[in-house]
Design a protein around this ligand. Structure first.
Ligand SMILES: Nc1ncnc2c1ncn2[C@@H]1O[C@H](COP(=O)(O)OP(=O)(O)OP(=O)(O)O)[C@@H](O)[C@H]1O
Length: 844
């Protein structure tokens, strides 16, 4: 076997504290048992590569082998647990002790880098196991969320409990709004966490410190840094921003503006990891179904700070904060493009991956050379984001470990050779450990204060629970446990002459003495403080007792006052009840009255309506009355006219009478029958009633004919002027009148000796046998005025001598009487009747 490359013995570290970069090799199992392998493990730390025929440097006939030595080589059958225990667990311990660590997997594509770093469901990789161990160790000593807060400049601040509480409440509200979405169900997080294999290991921690864990997850893709935990806007197609790498105040490199998530459990951290993993750029290539196209960097940052002297809250001083980080880097696989036959984007990605890996190799080579030769050649860290970000680690700060993953199949030989060479050389680089910032002794606080505080709280709780128990409860005194010293180192199998052991023992005893001294002085000062506090409490107690007595006296006084007030309250209560009752009665009464009022209002309303109607009727009546009054007035005027005419005629008649009187004698001789008829006005009536009437004698028929129909609206009386010469006592009168005639008695009746009254003429003989005819009609107008007409005429033989008769009317008389049913006229009517009666007596 020919050694192609003999690793140089690592350069002597300049200081004892320095360590070399540790490189491990892991062989991936072949897919099938028949698959040919070109890698062979010959010891725990050595592998041998056999040049296959397909290799570039294969020379026929020669069988070349290359041997490489690493810190440790893990065979194909090595478990994830073995890998973790050996490689990552020390890094977690160092993380808890405050030292930085960097672990990266390196190798050809498909060689098992992601598998080693993340693993699967049943075989958790390094990352979940690191989280498990970390949280197993610090879970009892975690600070409340947001007590430690990133200052956005790669550092942390410590917040007061109140501020942290406020921020917790705010974050709950923001989470409710749902801006920062949780993982989608379809993602594999739940599947992976539900039944994943967990680490039970625990590392001892500084109990008087409070811890908080923050995680970041970034990827370097095409030489750009992207934040995989960034809270992207909900807009469709929103892309994460390119982040830049900056140097902090302590000259450490960090990704500026990266999302740092505080996690309180491994599950929470794991959930965040898978959230980022879903965004990570993966692709299907001919060599790996799920090939990482970017370098992913998952960083766990552990922040710790001492508790205050009471062991209760974190010391509010930034300078005591200790920050350590463990970066787990899953590098993208190196690949030869002619083998992968990548094109387009995949080809560009491959180019970038290879470039950054090349830069990593260059930087480490220059670093190694510088350390070996003392040169100060500048390593091209800035050529790649990957080397730029971990510059501090490569320059010696922090612990670096590398796992070289090897797929032993012969197709990967050429690339594996390059990887092996680089990995072996990298082992020669030295790194120096970073000391933890916070040392207990520098703070000057009593160790064990967290436990002391817990014991104190426990004792108080016991006292609270059994306050009045007699005898007092037993309170366990944990002081010994709290302040106990570390046990003496074992003396078994110790060589008494071993100088190293002596040295260790002396150091141990010195530390123990120092601690004892510290505890004693601390105890004395505490005792002093306690005594002072006791005196102060005693004084306070005395003062409080006095206050209490005074308060008791006041209380008694107030009690008696209260009693008086209570009695008053009782009487007021009963009074109030009575008033309430009355009030209820009143309310009832009011309701009753209201109902009544409503009824009355309804009646009034109805009455008003009727009144309005009545008014309208009255108005109509008034109009009618007015109309009637006008009519009456016009009638009166007419009546007056008629009276005037009558008077005028009477005057004329009187003059005629005078003429007649003068020929009285002649008249008597003429034996003309006299007709007693009396009609006249009121004035005539009065004259009739005052003096006896003279019979009217018509000298000739012509004089009688001059009499015209006359209208009289006063009581009729017998008037001699109306005597008709033809109406002598020998004339046979036919009185034709209605069956029902208003009782006129003698008023309209001419005193006819021979008279025949009929209501209906049935035969002409009724007429021919008479010489005079009188037709009586009656009618009554609206005002109740009764008009009686008498149409008089002579009966003459009918023309031709056929035995018929004809009546020639030659006189008409009209009598108007007021209806006796109308009250104002009734008196007049009575007067008329009585006057008629008087007058009639005289005619007959
Ligand atoms: N030690 C192992 N035991 C069992 N299976 C393994 C082992 N290592 C890798 N594998 C399997 O090999 C396949 C490729 O592994 P992985 O994805 O981890 O490769 P990779 O180096 O990350 O590739 P790339 O660089 O392309 O991302 C996966 O299916 C993985 O399960």
């Amino acid at each position: 076997m020919k050694r192609a490359y003999t690793p140089r013995t690592p350069c002597k570290p300049r200081s004892n504290q320095k360590e070399t970069l540790q490189v491990y090799c892991r062989l991936r199992p072949t897919l099938t048992t028949t698959e040919l392998s070109c890698v062979r493990m010959i010891s725990d730390s050595t592998v041998v590569l056999t040049v296959p025929e397909s290799a570039v440097n294969f020379r026929p006939g020669s069988c070349k082998e290359y041997q490489y030595t690493f810190k440790r080589v893990f065979s194909e059958s090595s478990t994830q647990k073995e890998i973790f225990d050996d490689i990552a667990l020390p890094l977690v311990e160092q993380l808890i002790r405050g030292r930085n660590g960097l672990l990266f997997t390196y190798g050809v594509t498909g060689s098992g880098k992601t598998y080693t770093m993340t693993g699967g469901k049943q075989n958790s990789g390094i990352m979940p196991r690191c989280l498990d161990v970390l949280f197993n160790s610090i879970s009892d000593y975690q600070a409340r969320k947001y007590v430690f807060k990133p200052d956005k400049m790669n550092g942390f601040e410590v917040q007061s409990e109140d501020d942290a509480k406020q921020e917790r409440e705010d974050s709950v509200k923001n989470a409710a709004i749902g801006k920062f979405g949780r993982l989608r169900k379809k993602e594999s997080y739940e599947d992976l966490t539900s039944s994943r294999s967990r680490e039970d290991l625990k590392v001892s921690v500084e109990e008087d410190n409070a811890f908080a864990v923050f995680i970041t997850y970034v990827e370097i893709y095409n030489n750009n840094v992207y934040d995989l935990l960034e809270n992207l806007s909900t807009d469709i197609g929103a892309k994460s921003q390119i982040k830049i790498i900056r140097e902090d105040a302590s000259r450490n490199m960090y990704v500026h503006g990266v999302t740092e998530v505080e996690v309180k459990s491994a599950e929470e951290a794991f959930e965040m990891f898978y959230k980022g993993q879903n965004r990570k750029r993966m692709a299907h290539t001919s060599l790996n179904n799920e090939s990482s196209r970017s370098h992913s960097i998952f960083t766990i940052r552990l922040v710790q700070a001492p508790l205050d002297m009471n062991g209760e809250t974190v010391l509010q001083d930034k300078k005591f904060i200790g920050i350590s980080q463990l970066s787990l880097v899953d590098l993208a696989g190196s690949e030869r493009t002619n083998r992968t036959r990548n094109q387009g984007q995949r080809l560009r990605e491959a180019g970038n991956i290879n470039n950054s890996l090349m830069t990593l190799r260059n930087c480490l080579e220059i670093l190694r050379e510088n350390q070996a030769t003392g040169n100060v050649k500048m390593a091209p860290y800035r050529d790649s984001r990957l080397t730029h970000l971990f510059k501090n680690f490569f320059e010696g700060e922090g612990n670096i470990r590398m796992i070289v993953c090897v797929n032993p199949r012969i197709e990967d030989y050429d690339e594996n050779i390059q990887v092996m060479k680089f990995a072996e050389v990298s082992q020669e680089i030295f790194v120096k450990p970073t000391p933890m910032k916070t040392e207990v002794s520098t703070i000057g606080l009593t160790p064990g204060r967290r436990r002391a505080n817990q014991a104190y709280k426990k004792a108080r709780q016991i006292l609270e629970e059994v306050k009045e128990s007699n005898p007092p409860p037993y309170i366990p005194n944990d002081a010994e446990i709290i302040y106990s010293f570390e046990p003496f180192p074992s003396f078994d199998n110790v060589d008494p002459c071993d100088a190293d052991y002596h040295k260790k023992l002396i150091t141990f005893l010195e530390n123990r003495l120092k601690k004892k001294e510290f505890l004693r002085s601390d105890s004395l000062s505490r005792a002093e403080k306690f005594r002072a506090a006791l005196v102060e409490r005693e004084e306070m107690f005395f003062k409080l007792k006095q206050d209490c007595d005074a308060a008791n006296a006041r209380l008694e006084f107030k009690d008696s006052k209260t009693k008086v007030l209570e009695d008053k309250l009782v009487s007021l209560d009963s009074f109030s009840t009575t008033l309430k009752k009355k009030c209820e009665d009143y309310v009832e009464e009011i309701q009753k009255l209201r109902r009544e009022l409503e009824l009355r209002e309804n009646v009034i309303c109805q009455y008003t309506i009727e009144k309005d109607k009545e008014k309208q009727r009255t108005r109509k009546m008034a109009a009618k009355t007015e109309k009637l009054a006008k009519e009456k007035e016009s009638n009166l005027k007419e009546k007056k006219n008629i009276e005037m005419q009558l008077k005028d005629r009477e005057n004329r008649l009187r003059r005629v009478k005078k003429v007649l009187d003068m020929n009285d004698d002649n008249v008597r001789k003429s034996k003309i029958p006299r007709i007693h008829a009396g009609y006249g006005s009121d004035s005539e009536t009065s004259s009739v009633s005052n003096a006896p009437l003279e019979p009217a004698v018509l000298e000739t028929p012509k004089a009688a004919q001059r009499l015209r129909p006359r209208t009289v609206n006063t009581i009729a009386v017998s008037n001699p002027r109306y005597g008709n010469k033809r109406c002598n006592t020998h004339d046979q009168w036919l009185e034709h009148k209605p069956a029902i005639l208003a009782p006129l008695n003698t008023v309209l009746q001419p005193v006819l000796k021979k008279r025949k009254s009929v209501t209906n003429i049935t035969s002409p003989k009724d007429v021919t046998k008479t010489s005079k005819y009188c037709l009586i009609t009656q009618s009554q107008d609206e005002e109740g005025v009764l008009e009686t007409h008498l149409f008089k005429g002579d009966v003459l033989p009918g023309p031709g001598g056929g035995g018929g008769a004809q009546v020639i009317f030659n006189d008409v008389e009209t009598l108007k009487q007021t209806s006796p049913t109308t009250s104002p006229r009734k008196n007049l009517f009575d007067e008329f009747n009585s006057s008629i009666a008087t007058g009639a007596a005289r005619f007959v």
